[in-house]
Design a protein around this ligand. Structure first.
Ligand code: DP6
Length: 317
């Protein structure tokens, strides 16, 4: 409309993780990453011209330091624009390892670009959003996306990955709604001090190639195997950091991981991935997701379970 612009971005879950920075200012990653955009979790963001930059999330005023810095990056990159009131509706459990920064910065980038009538491709929007949050680069695209790490500002952005129609689903286990104690940025910095870090980077490149092949073959079991190995190795970096070891996982996470293994023994396709929090996302086939959810719900009374499926790319209102 006349006074503002609204954009909607869905969150994404990485199957090959982004976990380390090669350049802190440009937010260039040490590895390329691959994700699935999800249908069930999204951020809807409206920007309006105002007297000063401000931020409201789910009706609550926020200290928008990170947003303000990002808006200034956009001003420096794209040319000045007026101060903006940013009004965000977040349908992602905040800071609990269901990357809300991905959908937030993707929606904000898209809304600001449209508000200013910048004529940009999804890849160009992805590139800009990287400066707000790395995982945001992958939230512009429906289904699977790859963030190519690149080696400079110009070539580090995501694109859609075409795959055959895949009946893939995630069983999302909300192990704890507690706010994470280590930010992703700090977590990455620490993980990069692990003696295993370079080996993880090298292995990640191989896993990305294997993952692309598994997706092309619509082999969900293989996709799950690779994703779980990549995620567990990422969490191992946190546990082996020289400056200083930590973990996002807790006792409940470990118990769920043990059940994921038990489900496999029963013949289910079930593989786990975790981000900067204790929640477990179980990769499976759509027709197995309800039974997996039921199996777990019986054993973990306090955990909430959702089933998530592939979601759309960026949209506007
Ligand atoms: C574990 O995108 O939150 O979810 O670039 O510092 O904002 P910043 O990091 P962020 O990191 C997400 C890390 C992850 C893995 C992933 O999504 O690839």
């Amino acid at each position: 409309d006349q006074n503002g612009q609204t954009a909607i971005a869905h969150t994404n879950i990485a199957f090959i993780k982004y976990w380390g920075k090669a350049d802190l200012t440009l937010n260039l990653p040490t590895t390329s990453s691959l994700s699935l955009t999800l249908n069930e979790y999204y951020t809807k963001t409206r920007v309006e011209e105002a007297d000063e930059d401000s931020l409201l999330i789910n009706d609550l005023p926020q200290d928008g330091k990170r947003i303000h810095q990002f808006l200034d990056v956009l001003r420096a990159e794209m040319g000045d624009f007026p101060p903006l009131r940013v009004i965000s509706e977040n349908k992602v459990p905040l800071s609990a390892g269901l990357a809300s920064s991905a959908s937030s910065f993707a929606a904000l980038t898209a809304a600001v670009a449209k508000f200013n009538h910048w004529d940009l491709s999804l890849e160009e929007l992805s590139r800009l959003s990287r400066r707000g949050s790395g995982s945001a680069t992958r939230s512009f695209f429906a289904g699977f996306a790859i963030w190519e790490k690149g080696d400079k500002d110009e070539n580090s952005y995501a694109h859609a990955l075409k795959t055959p129609d895949l009946p893939i689903a995630l069983v999302v286990c909300k192990v704890s709604g507690m706010v994470k104690k280590v930010s992703s940025s700090d977590g990455m910095r620490r993980a990069q001090t692990s003696p295993d870090y370079q080996a993880w980077v090298d292995e990640s490149a191989k896993q990305l190639d294997e993952m692309k092949a598994a997706l092309a073959a619509a082999d969900i079991k293989k996709v799950g195997e690779i994703a779980e190995a990549n995620a567990l190795a990422m969490h191992n970096l946190n546990l082996t950091a020289e400056d200083r070891r930590f973990t996002y996982l807790n006792q409940e996470t470990v118990k769920v991981l043990e059940q994921v293994k038990a489900l496999r023994k029963q013949g289910f396709i079930a593989y786990a991935t975790m981000d900067a929090g204790p929640n477990v996302k179980i990769i499976t086939k759509k027709d197995q997701a309800p039974a997996i959810k039921e199996h777990l719900a019986k054993r973990f009374r306090k955990i909430q379970f959702d089933i998530a499926t592939a979601g759309p790319g960026i949209s506007y209102e």
